[in-house]
Design a protein around this ligand. Structure first.
Ligand SMILES: Nc1ncnc2c1ncn2[C@@H]1O[C@H](COP(=O)(O)OP(=O)(O)OP(=O)(O)O)[C@@H](O)[C@H]1O
Length: 570
């Protein structure tokens, strides 16, 4: 917690100091009140006492709100810092780590768990400190006024403290459960909303609804459990102060009657007992918030412990005007997605010269997409090496490496926003004429001309307002706009109609004169045009050659080709 709060310490210290001034002024009031009563009973001049009282009341009234504002502002800053830190970390997570998480839960951690830091800062940290300080100072002042009555008061409070401590363990457990359930609500919602069409088409709304409701109810149950224990803690504290008040009144009253205690002193003492009420409340509230906040802080720490990619340059360099095509070599590459999982590559070796198109074919699950993930360094090879321009991939700066690759993923992802935002995602500084050129190359110019808002048309969440083929063309245009030295196309034309596919085949042939193009395709027409074809099977390269060579020499390729679409033969 301190780690999160540390950067805001100057503001917190100022707020704490102002709170201290407010509390000190408040604590001095009973002493002045004693003087006032004394002055009234013994007919002494009251000017000085009244002035002191006025100053104290004014200080309390002014410093109090300012302290509150400064502290709450600092708390907001703590939340902001945590959100910034966490979101930056999430965006730099290694893909392997990200694949093991639920995005909805991660979102809940950035939005909901960090919000709890607000209470942790104001109530738990400052509240507890101020509550404890007020309690100590009040007790000392009470001790100076009357040690016997102070002993009685402390005895009652210690008993209550023991009960509250026992209760807080339960509050902590309930807080953890509540925050975990909030994460589950996020995860369940994201799962359903992320594939709402599929959920509807499968008639699974009721089941998705039940899963979200179950998670929400589990959060509610934990919240109610926490509320029960918090109520018990708060009630115990109040009961303790009331008990102390009546005990002090009874014992003090009899001591006033016997002449052992002044009435003014008893009144001052009773005022202090009442001062204990907010102090104890602050302390109990602070400790409760601390226990609820611990759960959130633990979840934030868990997220921060997920491994991120190495930070290198802040952004890749701008592409050269006429980039040199990259050359590539896979040397005995072994790869598995995780310990205990079967190997995907078991010694893959091939090389790709600068320029030209290389197609990868093989049965579904042969590891074609994984080759591209390794090239982007979404995952690191388990053994062997990949060389780009003769340099080991792991010696490249990650941003620099990715800046020279244009990647069109298998499902051609389009992000929410406008067409323009989607195209400029990979190269925000691209010029207007360049944008027009890639629009023409990807045959998107007609579509853009037809849209009333042109490039500023929103594409919907994940591009749902576009057709599958349009999404693929947007993804291709985006990749081309980066002027890549290496272009990776993973089934990038699978959803295009014959006319668009033929046109894009020509485009790829054009591009491959100045760029190294790697293609994963199931369409024979796309594969056949490649300069070389790499056949993957069983985690190794089975054959490399042109379409004609492989048709004649490789039975698996011939079998795949015979089906027209290079789908696995049953
Ligand atoms: N993130 C992942 N975690 C664990 N295993 C994975 C992951 N991604 C892919 N795999 C597994 O790795 C193997 C290779 O997958 P890959 O997507 O590379 O195959 P592919 O040849 O591109 O298949 P397709 O032609 O069907 O797209 C598959 O068995 C798949 O189940």
């Amino acid at each position: 917690m301190l780690d999160h709060i540390r950067p805001s310490w100057p503001a917190l210290a100022l707020g704490g100091l102002l709170s201290l001034v407010t509390t000190a002024a408040g604590l001095a009031i009973p002493l002045v009140a004693e003087r006032l009563i004394d002055g009234l009973t013994h007919d002494r001049p009251l000017g000085g006492v009244l002035f002191a009282m006025g100053v104290l009341v004014a200080v309390t009234a002014l410093a109090g709100p300012v302290a509150q504002y400064v502290l709450r502002r600092a708390a907001e800053t703590v939340v902001l810092t945590a959100r910034r830190r966490l979101s930056s970390h999430l965006l730099r997570l290694r893909i392997g780590e990200f694949d093991r998480t639920e995005p909805g839960d991660l979102i809940a951690r950035v939005t909901s768990d960090t919000a709890l830091l607000r209470q942790v800062t104001t109530d738990a940290l400052v509240g507890t400190a101020m509550g404890a300080l007020t309690l100590v100072v009040t007790t000392v002042l009470m001790g100076l006024l009357d040690p016997v009555l102070t002993g009685v008061t402390l005895g009652v409070l210690l008993l209550a403290g023991w009960v509250v401590r026992t209760v807080m363990v339960r509050v902590n457990e309930a807080g953890t459960a509540a925050q975990e359930s909030v994460g589950l609500v996020g995860a369940a919602l994201e799962r359903a909303l992320g594939a709402l069409r599929t959920v509807k088409a499968s008639g699974a709304e009721d089941r998705a609804e039940a899963a979200v409701h179950e998670a929400a109810e589990s959060s509610w149950r934990a919240g109610v459990r926490a509320a029960k224990w918090l109520a018990l803690a708060g009630n115990t504290a109040e009961l303790a102060v009331q008990t102390a008040f009546f005990t002090v009144l009874a014992i003090g009253g009899s001591r006033v009657a016997s002449g052992a205690l002044d009435v003014g002193r008893l009144i001052a003492f009773l005022m202090y007992v009442f001062y204990l009420v907010p102090a104890v409340q602050q302390l109990v509230g602070g400790v409760s918030q601390y226990h609820l906040g611990t759960a959130a802080v633990n979840r934030i720490r868990e997220t921060e412990a997920l491994r991120a990619e190495p930070t290198g340059r802040s952004a890749g360099p701008e592409p050269a005007d006429s980039p040199v095509p990259a050359s590539l070599e896979f040397r005995d590459v072994h790869f598995r997605y995780g310990p205990g999982l079967p190997p995907v590559h078991r010694g893959v070796s091939f090389s790709v010269p600068s320029r030209g198109t290389t197609a990868f074919v093989g049965p579904s699950g042969a590891g074609k997409t994984t080759l591209f993930s390794l090239l982007e360094r979404f995952h690191e090879v388990s053994a062997g090496s990949i060389l780009l321009d003769g340099r080991r991939l792991d010696s490249w700066d990650l941003r620099e490496l990715r800046s020279l690759i244009g990647y069109v993923e298998q499902d051609a992802p389009v992000v929410s926003g406008s067409l323009r935002e989607n195209l400029l995602l990979g190269r925000p500084g691209a010029s207007g004429p360049e944008l027009d050129r890639v629009l023409r190359t990807a045959r998107l110019d007609e579509l853009v001309a037809r849209l009333p808002e042109g490039l500023d048309t929103p594409v919907g969440h994940r591009g749902t307002r576009l057709s599958g083929g349009q999404r693929q063309r947007v993804a291709i245009a985006r990749a081309l706009l980066r002027r890549p030295r290496l272009l990776l196309l993973d089934e990038a034309t699978s959803q295009l109609d014959a006319v668009n596919e033929a046109a894009l085949r020509d485009t790829v042939a054009d591009v491959s004169r100045t760029t190294t193009v790697l293609i994963v395709a199931h369409r024979l027409s796309t594969v056949a045009m490649a300069d070389r074809i790499v056949v993957l099977d069983g985690g190794v390269v089975r054959a490399v050659g042109t379409h004609a060579e492989l048709l004649a020499g490789d039975p698996l390729y011939a079998g795949l080709a015979a089906t027209q679409f290079l789908e696995p033969t049953p």
